[in-house]
Ligand binder design. Structure first.
Ligand SMILES: NC(=O)c1ccc[n+]([C@@H]2O[C@H](COP(=O)([O-])OP(=O)(O)OC[C@H]3O[C@@H](n4cnc5c(N)ncnc54)[C@H](O)[C@@H]3O)[C@@H](O)[C@H]2O)c1
Length: 332
């Protein structure tokens, strides 16, 4: 996919910043629409002066902002979102951004007759696994307001395809990690939080025994896969899991991080009571990802964690500054 005019909503965010980098590397013209509520201009700094990048600070809930950003575009990669934990505190606000915002983007995509609306959903839409590995036919049983809004986002995308003929693909990433991930406050994710704790020689806390498993996908690979999906006509009008099909336990993550810092896991890993409602197994079926998208992740969890640690070490913050904003029990 080269030399196209592509809007990336949420392009200043974790996944979005990597997608923007990949699109520019392929000589596309990229318009980022992001309100930078959670995204960071710093994530785009390396290519801010790129002649083919336009950054619009705007809100997907605001129709005028969306129309301006989408004018003349050929493709949309829709990543803007407010996250799960915010949805627990502010379900209506998160619904407005995810559902109304998505409808604005779908309308503008239609008006511009785009060749693809690439809708980014989440494995959260499936809820707790009724079976593993979870394939694309797994029932959608959202368990949080965030997940419910993501299901509505997906259903509107599907319906615009059926009603108006808008070409679409819905991708469902499982747990992504890597550079530009969030570590601060209630938004902090497992791997970044553990790395920041290890940098400060603070205990890596397991809630329960650490047997919970997740399917971790390195974010730079996810970004490459977004382009592979966009390029591939066989990916049109279908849902696609973004996952590795491998499960890794939370305890294994803690052990790997200890090993990277030369720390003794017997000393540093601590256990606290389980988190209420924690899902024990979450693993995607990666067959469509591998066979239709043709994407086999190359970066395993060991290498991905090393790269993520290297990114943390490159940040202009001391370990003390990094941990200062941490919220350990972020669900409370
Ligand atoms: N991070 C993961 O592990 C994960 C897993 C599954 C699915 N996803 C999905 O991937 C996509 C990207 O997520 P992410 O992890 O990069 O999140 P992120 O929070 O890093 O990025 C989202 C971006 O959207 C922007 N945004 C928020 N509200 C906006 C608004 N009203 N108007 C314009 N921009 C707005 C934020 O500023 C941010 O830059 C989302 O659709 C998310 O549901 C992420």
């Amino acid at each position: 996919m080269e030399q196209k005019k592509i809007v990336v909503t949420g392009g200043g965010g974790f996944l979005g910043s990597h997608v923007v980098k990949e699109l520019l590397a392929k000589n596309n013209e990229v318009i980022v629409l992001d309100d930078f509520s959670n995204g960071k201009m710093a994530h785009l700094q390396a290519f801010q002066a790129h002649p083919k990048l336009t950054i619009i600070k705007g809100d997907i809930v605001n129709v005028a902002d969306v129309k301006r950003a989408f004018a003349g575009c050929q493709m949309v990669i829709h990543l803007a979102v407010l996250d799960l934990r915010q949805s627990i505190k502010e379900p209506h606000r998160v619904n407005t951004v995810i559902v109304d915002g998505t409808m604005n983007c779908l309308d503008a995509a239609r008006e511009n007759q785009v060749e693809l609306f690439l809708n980014c959903s989440s494995s959260e839409a499936y809820g707790t696994a009724e079976y593993v590995p979870m394939d694309e036919k797994h029932p959608l049983r959202p368990e949080t307001p965030y997940a419910a809004a993501k299901v509505a986002q997906d259903m509107y995308t599907f319906s615009y395809g059926r009603t108006y003929g808008l070409p679409w693909t819905t991708i469902r990433p499982f747990n992504m990690y890597g550079p530009n991930s969030h570590w601060q406050g209630y938004r902090g994710e497992l791997i970044p939080k553990m790395i920041v704790r290890a940098m400060n020689k603070q205990p890596l806390v397991l809630f329960g025994e650490g047997d919970q498993t997740r399917d971790f996908l390195y974010v730079e690979e996810a970004a490459k896969a977004v382009l592979a999906v966009a390029d591939n006509p066989a990916c049109r009008n279908r849902d696609i899991n973004f996952c590795t099909g491998q499960e890794t336990s939370v305890r294994r993550i803690a052990e790997l991080i200890c090993a990277n810092f030369g720390l003794d896991p017997q000393v540093l890993i601590q256990k606290q009571p389980p988190r209420p409602g924690d899902v024990m197994r979450h693993m995607g079926d990666s067959r469509v990802f591998q066979e239709i998208v043709g994407f086999a992740p190359q970066i395993g969890i060991e290498e991905g964690i090393q790269k993520t640690i290297a990114w943390f070490k490159s940040l202009p913050f001391t370990p003390e500054e990094l941990i200062a904003t941490e919220v350990l029990r972020s669900w409370e």
